[in-house]
Design a protein around this ligand. Structure first.
Ligand code: ADP
Ligand code: MG
Length: 701
C-alpha cells in the first residue's frame, strides 16, 4: 500500500501505539513528519572489517559479539570503567573500554551482537587491539534480517532518539517508509532548481537518510552534500520569501506621511536634555525620512546597552505628536516602563504633551480613566507594558508604536499593537546585539538602523572575575565606591522557574549585607515578587541616592538607568547567559565615572571559564553575542525566550550563514520579479499552508 504524506505513522509496520506515543514526543505523527526528521550525524561504517584484519590507527567498523565484560570500580566516584572483549568469525579478540559507563554492563551482555565504530589502537600492556569509547549499536533487534545491511557496511545516518525509539529503530522505519513513499511535489521554483543544479526533493530526502557511499562522510557531517545543501537552502528560501512578501505588502499599505517642518525640528531640539551623538543624529534622520514617506515605517533600531536609544525613540514620538498623532511606547517590564515614564514625562510636558503610564498594576479605576483618555486623545503618549496590547485599549489616532527591548516579546505581539492604529509607523528597539545573520532572519521584514557610538565621556567598565571565596574583595570595592559617593548593584540569578528561590537568596543576602557587611550603608532590595508600588519605591530610593546599594534579582536586567551607579556585582555569574551578563553589566558605566563589574562564580567548567573570560576581555556586545552563540550552541540560543524564533528543521544559522545569504538573495529576486504570476501565487499559497504558523509570518497573503 503506498503511503500518503498525511498517513499516521501507526500505519507503518513496526509502529504500535506505544512507539507512536514515543515518536510523538518529537512531534512525529505522520509520514511527512518522519521523512523530515533528519539525521544530525553520520557514521562511515563502510570500512567493515573482520577483527583479524584490523590495523592500529585506522577508523573501522566491526561487527562482533560480546565475549566477556566487566566493570572495574575506581576509588573516585563515577569513574566506573567498563571493559568488554569482542570476537567475530575470524576468532580474533578486540578489547573496548568506556570510562564512566558502568551502565553499559546491562546492555552489553555476553552473546550480544553489536556494531562498533571507532579508532583502532594497540594496547601495549595486554598486547591486544582495542577501541576507546567506540560508537556502538546493538544489532540483535526486532528487525528483519534483510535490513541488517541498513546499519552496517555503509555511511549510516544517526538520529536523535525519541525516548526509547532509538536511532536504529528510526533508521529501519525510515527505510520502510521511503520504500513506499510517493514522489514528492517539488515546490522550489523550477528555474531556480535548474540553475542551481539541485537534486529534486524526492531524491534529496532519500539521499539524506540513506547516503550514497560516493560522498565522503566528512561532507555529510558538514551538512554540505548536495542533498543537504538543497534542503537547507529550501528551508531558508521559504522563510525569507515569507519575510520578503510581508515586507513588500507592508510597503504597499498606505501609511501616514508625517510632516517635518521647522516647528517639528524646534520641538525636537527643545526636548533634548543633551547634545545627541553623531550616531543618534544619523539614525534619527533615517527614522524621520521613513516617517515622512507615505508607506508605514517598519524599522529596527539596534544599539548596545547604554548607547542611548530611548531619547531617539522620544524624538520620533515628537514627530508623531507634532503632527497631531498619538504615540505608544511598549516596554517588557513594569520597572522599565515606569522608568521610561518618569524619565520622559518632564521632557514631554515641557512641550505641552501629556504622557500616561499603563501597566498591569494600575487599579481598575485608573485603567478605565487612562483608556478613556486614550480614546478621546487627551493623552498623547502612552507608556506601558503588555497592558497596552489588551483588546479594549483604543487610541484616538495612533501614529507611532515604539517597542523597546523587542527580543523580550514574541513575534506575534509586534502585530497586536499594529492593529490599534491605521497602519501606524513602528520602531522596534533592541540592545541584544543580534549577530547580523540572525538579524536578517529574525527581522528580515524590517529596515535596520544601528547606533554604533556611545555617548561622550564614557569609560570602559573594568571587569573582574572572583571566585566565591574571594567575595570580600568585591565587598571592599563596593565600600570604596560608596565612600566616594557612588552606588552599587548586587545581583542574584533567576532561573526561570525559581524566581522564589532567587528572591530568597536576594533577601538573605540583603539581610547579611545590611546587618553584617555594610551596617552603616543604606541598602535597598528589589525582586519580582514585590508589588508594583514597592518596586517603584525601591527603584526610586536608589535613583535618588537614598539607598546606596541595591540588592536585586535580574528584574533590573533591562534598561534600568542610574548613572551614579558604578559597581555591579553579579553573584553566581556562571548561571547567566553571556548576553544577559553583558546586559547586566550595562547597568553601570552610564556616567563619566570609572565603573566596575565583578563576576563571582562558584563552580566553573572549561566552557564556563571561557565565557567569563570573554566578558572580562570584551565590552563589544556583538562580539559577545557571537561568542554566546558559539559556546552555547544555536539550540539554546534559539530557545524561544531568547529570540522568538521557532526552531528550524535542518538549517542552522550558525553553520549555514552562506546558504542563508544565498537563499535570501534568491528569495528577494523571486518576490521582486516572479517568473510568472502562477509561480508567485503558488509560492504564497505554499508559504501560507506550510510555513506561516511555524515562523509567525502572520500577515503573508
Ligand atoms: P539604551 O540604549 O541602553 O536604552 P539609554 O537610552 O538608557 O540607553 O541611555 C543610556 C544613558 O545615556 C542614559 O542615562 C541617557 O540619558 C544617556 N545618554 C543618551 N544619549 C546621550 C548623549 N547624547 N549624551 C549624553 N548622555 C546620553
Ligand atoms: Mg533602553
Amino acid at each position: 500500500m503506498p503511503l500518503e504524506l498525511d498517513t499516521p505513522l501507526t500505519y507503518v509496520k513496526g509502529v504500535g501505539p506505544h512507539r507512536a506515543a514515543m515518536l510523538q514526543t518529537k512531534g512525529l505523527e505522520t509520514i511527512e513528519d518522519l521523512i523530515q526528521y533528519f539525521p544530525f550525524r553520520y557514521e562511515d561504517r563502510s570500512n567493515l572489517k573482520p577483527i583479524a584484519k584490523l590495523a592500529p590507527g585506522e577508523m573501522a567498523t566491526v561487527i562482533a559479539e560480546v565475549k566477556a565484560a566487566k566493570v572495574s570500580s575506581f576509588k573516585r566516584k563515577g569513574l566506573g570503567l567498563f571493559e568488554a572483549e569482542f570476537t567475530d568469525a575470524s576468532k580474533a579478540v578486540l578489547l573496548a573500554k568506556w570510562f564512566r559507563s558502568a551502565y553499559l554492563a546491562d546492555k552489553l551482555l555476553p552473546g550480544t551482537r553489536v556494531a562498533l565504530y571507532g579508532k583502532i589502537e594497540f594496547d601495549n600492556y595486554r598486547g591486544e587491539l582495542q577501541m576507546m569509547h567506540p560508537e556502538t549499536e546493538l544489532l540483535s533487534g526486532d528487525d528483519d534480517e534483510g535490513e541488517a545491511s541498513l546499519h552496517t557496511g555503509r555511511i549510516v545516518p544517526v538520529y536523535e532518539a525519541a525516548q526509547k525509539v532509538n536511532t536504529r529503530v528510526i533508521r529501519s522505519l525510515m527505510f520502510r517508509v521511503l520504500q513506499q513513499m510517493p514522489r514528492l511535489t517539488d515546490r522550489l521554483p523550477e528555474e531556480l532548481r535548474h540553475r542551481l543544479k539541485f537534486p529534486d526533493r524526492t531524491a534529496a530526502i532519500r539521499a539524506i537518510h540513506f547516503p550514497d557511499n560516493e560522498t565522503p562522510v566528512r561532507i555529510w557531517n558538514d551538512f554540505r552534500s548536495q542533498a543537504q545543501f538543497r534542503l537547507i537552502f529550501e528551508e531558508f528560501f521559504w522563510l525569507e520569501c515569507g519575510l520578503e512578501i510581508k515586507r513588500k505588502k507592508g510597503k504597499m499599505v498606505p501609511g501616514i506621511s508625517f510632516q517635518l517642518n521647522d516647528k517639528v525640528r524646534d520641538s525636537i531640539k527643545k526636548l533634548l536634555p543633551f547634545k545627541p551623538t553623531g550616531a543618534q543624529k544619523r539614525v534619527l534622520k533615517e527614522i524621520a525620512e521613513d516617517m515622512a514617506s507615505p508607506s508605514p515605517m517598519n524599522r529596527l533600531l539596534q544599539g548596545d546597552v547604554g548607547s542611548g536609544k530611548t531619547i531617539v525613540a522620544a524624538e520620533a514620538a515628537v514627530i508623531a505628536l507634532e503632527n497631531g498623532y498619538q504615540a505608544a511606547f511598549l516596554a517588557p517590564t513594569e520597572i522599565l516602563a515606569t522608568q521610561h515614564f518618569l524619565g520622559l514625562r518632564p521632557l514631554f510636558r515641557k512641550l505641552g504633551y501629556e504622557p500616561a503610564l499603563l501597566t498591569g498594576s494600575n487599579t481598575a479605576r485608573e485603567k478605565l480613566q487612562i483608556k478613556e483618555m486614550l480614546r478621546n486623545g487627551m493623552i498623547h503618549i502612552a507608556i506601558g507594558t503588555h497592558a497596552l496590547i489588551e483588546k479594549d485599549v483604543e487610541f484616538a489616532n495612533l501614529g507611532l508604536v515604539v517597542i523597546d527591548e523587542q527580543h523580550r516579546f514574541g513575534v506575534m505581539q509586534r502585530f497586536e499593537l499594529l492593529q490599534k492604529g491605521v497602519s501606524p509607523d513602528v520602531l522596534v528597539m533592541t540592545a541584544t546585539p543580534i549577530p547580523r545573520t540572525l538579524a536578517l532572519t529574525l527581522f528580515g521584514d524590517l529596515d535596520a538602523s544601528v547606533i554604533d557610538e556611545m555617548p561622550p565621556g564614557r569609560k570602559k567598565i573594568q571587569t573582574k572575575h572572583y571566585t566565591a571565596d574571594q567575595v570580600e574583595l568585591a565587598y571592599s570595592e563596593i565600600q570604596r565606591e560608596v565612600e566616594k559617593g557612588r552606588q552599587a548593584y548586587v545581583v542574584y540569578p533567576v532561573i526561570e522557574e525559581s524566581e522564589t528561590t532567587a528572591m530568597k537568596a536576594a533577601q538573605q543576602q540583603y539581610e547579611h549585607l545590611s546587618k553584617e557587611v555594610f551596617p552603616n550603608i543604606p541598602i535597598g532590595l528589589l525582586h519580582g515578587r514585590l508589588g508594583a508600588n514597592e518596586k517603584e519605591a525601591a527603584m526610586d530610593a536608589f535613583k535618588q541616592g537614598r539607598t546606596r546599594i541595591l540588592v536585586s534579582t535580574t528584574v533590573i536586567e533591562v534598561g534600568v538607568d542610574v548613572p551614579n551607579a558604578t559597581v555591579m556585582v553579579i553573584e553566581q555569574a556562571e548561571r547567566f547567559g553571556l548576553s544577559q551578563l553583558h546586559q547586566l553589566r550595562g547597568r553601570v558605566g552610564r556616567g563619566a565615572e570609572q565603573s566596575h563589574c565583578m563576576l563571582i562564580t562558584e563552580k566553573l567548567n572549561d566552557t564556563g571559564k571561557e565565557r567569563i573570560r570573554t566578558l572580562v576581555d570584551s565590552q563589544d556586545g556583538f562580539y559577545i553575542a557571537e561568542m554566546d552563540l558559539k559556546l552555547r550552541g544555536p539550540g539554546e540560543f534559539f530557545g524561544t525566550k531568547q529570540s522568538g524564533l521557532p526552531s528550524l528543521q535542518i538549517a542552522n544559522i550558525l553553520r549555514d550563514p552562506d546558504i542563508l545569504e544565498a537563499a535570501r538573495h534568491e528569495a528577494k529576486a523571486f518576490v521582486e520579479r516572479p517568473p510568472s504570476q502562477e509561480a508567485y501565487a503558488a509560492a504564497v499559497e505554499y508559504i501560507r499552508g506550510h510555513w506561516q504558523r511555524r515562523y509567525g509570518l502572520v500577515q503573508v497573503g
